[in-house]
Design a protein around this ligand. Structure first.
Ligand code: SAM
Ligand code: SF4
Length: 507
């Protein structure tokens, strides 16, 4: 496409009326002065006040900004310990002891924007540019399926060549790939995407091809910082177009939406408050908050001085605090920790209450296929900074991470049932808040873990996994919830069917 063609595409993309309709008296939901005042007024919370807030969270009620601000200022180490324990308890109540895995698939690093922190930005001439053909998408998907994954998040730079039509085609392509496993066929059963904000009409195209979750990170909620790192002459420079991306998705029918902030651009307490305001506004306008929240921490990117030298880089200790506070503030929402973080920190954050993570991650365009060629497996040792968006902290294979979690008593779930049974949006929110979804998830986690152990697990993982699955089965058989009606009977039959080789059964 000519440079003029790209410019014309950029010019027609933003639909001002699809921003204005969500404003209240011309104002968006980020009132910076109010956030600063709330943070200042709740700087010295009393012990009892903090404990009362923790109790509210344990009742699976979303916290108010004042309560979140108070938690963000806790200094007493004993109280932090109580908050971490409560976070894990919240997770157990809502999601049980399971972790959901996914693999990212980077389809294109062509980008019209110039985000100061990202290796894909237009002005980074060191980056090797590439967009996958559908054949390449198929090959990448096969490699991901071979690891045992069932969920994918597909990622794109913002460019006319990776517009909504291209994205829709990639989603359809991924769903169409089948790859033989030890028993039957493996496939991706849920395709989520991380892509730029779009119009309602474009989002409907994604809905029509069966998108799972639509994920857009606001990066920073602080307007002046946003303007500094996203030049105003670029598409991404439009703060409000991005701020209402998830509102438009809801309107287009995509009711599983995911937000996030790129931690390291501005003050981390402010960003947590911004994320909370985002959840509150989605609740106010659509009755449901975000399906997940992500908190990527800025990591070194090709040619980006900011990614190394920002004044706001978040320490490990503060990172753990902010994840803990988010866990307590938005108890019904999934929290995602990615392979940007190293293995040890990921492990700790899962114990703080994260619910989803990735593994065997490759973020170079065509990275999975290349890894298969080079190493005949996905152990990723060399990362080439000019071929990927940023440097990863954890490059272990899925099987290694599954085994580590099983050793910690956590079951890996490859369940994609909620989405396919219509348990999305307000239906799943209701089930999460009443702690019912977690119970269905437990059953589906066991069913999909059985599939994984039989189809993909290495012997050591299988041995540890078998012990864990036995414990899960005993808990299920003893729990009154599962003994009501014919639920247990249905589950036992499905479990036996899987052992006999049947696949993709769920409750
Ligand atoms: N281009 C789309 C966009 O910007 O929304 C989606 C893809 S972008 C590749 C996905 C996310 O990567 C961004 O939203 C940003 O938060 C994150 N990211 C960019 N540079 C990063 C860095 N240096 N370290 C960690 N995360 C980064
Ligand atoms: Fe492009 Fe997204 Fe990277 Fe910004 S963060 S340069 S929009 S790929």
């Amino acid at each position: 496409m000519s440079e003029l063609g790209v410019k014309d595409w950029v010019k027609q993309l933003v639909k001002q009326d699809e921003i204005d309709k969500y404003l209240v008296n011309g104002k968006d939901f980020i009132d910076e002065q109010h956030i600063y005042d709330t943070l200042t007024n709740n700087r010295k919370p009393e012990k009892q006040q903090v404990r009362d807030i923790i109790q509210k969270s344990l009742r699976i009620e979303r916290l108010e900004p004042e309560e979140t601000a108070a938690l963000l200022h806790v200094e007493d180490p004993e109280l932090w310990e109580e908050m971490v324990a409560a976070g894990l308890e919240v997770k157990r109540k809502v999601y049980d002891n399971r972790i959901v895995f996914f693999a990212p698939l980077y389809c294109s690093n062509l980008c019209v924007n110039n985000c100061a922190y990202c290796g894909f930005r237009n002005e980074n001439k060191d980056e090797e540019r590439r967009i996958l053909t559908m054949d390449e998408v198929r090959q990448e998907t096969e490699a991901v399926i071979s690891e045992g994954h069932k969920r994918m998040i597909v990622v794109y730079g913002e460019h006319p060549r990776s517009d909504a039509d291209y994205i829709a085609k990639t989603i359809e392509t991924v769903y169409g790939v089948k790859k033989p496993a030890r028993h039957g066929m493996g496939e991706i059963r849920r395709v989520n995407i991380n892509a730029a904000p779009m119009s309602i009409a474009d989002l409907k195209k994604l809905w029509n091809v069966g998108i799972g979750t639509y994920q857009v990170f606001q990066e920073t909620y602080h307007k002046a910082t946003y303007a500094t790192v996203h030049p105003t002459n670029t598409l991404k420079g439009n703060y409000r177009w991005r701020l209402y991306a998830l509102h438009r998705a809801m309107e287009a029918g995509i009711d599983d939406v995911a937000t996030g902030a790129l931690f390291g651009l501005y003050n981390w307490r402010f960003e947590v408050m911004g994320l909370l305001q985002h959840a509150i506004d989605l609740e106010r306008q659509f009755g449901i908050g975000p399906h997940t929240i992500s908190f990527p921490r800025m990591t070194p990117a090709s040619g980006s001085a900011l990614s190394i030298g920002s004044n706001y880089l978040v320490s490990d200790a503060d990172f753990k605090k902010l994840v803990t506070v988010l866990r307590l503030s938005v108890p019904y929402t999934g929290l995602i920790i990615t392979a940007r973080e190293n293995a040890q920190l990921k492990k700790e954050l899962i114990q703080v209450g994260c619910t989803q993570t990735d593994a065997s991650t490759r973020i170079g365009i065509g990275g999975y296929t290349e890894a298969m060629k080079e190493l005949s497996n996905l152990e990723c040792q060399n990362q080439e900074i000019d071929k990927q968006q940023f440097i990863l902290g954890d490059t272990r294979r899925l099987d290694d991470v599954v085994r580590e979690l099983a050793e910690m008593g956590m079951i890996t779930s490859f369940c994609t049932a909620g989405y396919r049974c219509g348990r999305t949006g307000d239906k799943i929110m209701g089930l999460l808040k009443s702690c019912t979804e977690g119970k269905f998830c437990k059953l589906n986690a066991v069913l999909t873990f059985r599939e994984y152990l039989d189809d993909y697990a290495f012997p050591e993982t299988k041995a540890i996994g078998e012990k864990l699955i036995e414990q899960e089965l005993s808990q299920i058989r003893e729990a009154p919830f599962f003994n009501k009606g014919s639920l247990l009977e249905t589950f036992e039959k499905m479990y036996q069917d899987i052992i006999k080789g049947k696949r993709d059964v769920y409750i």
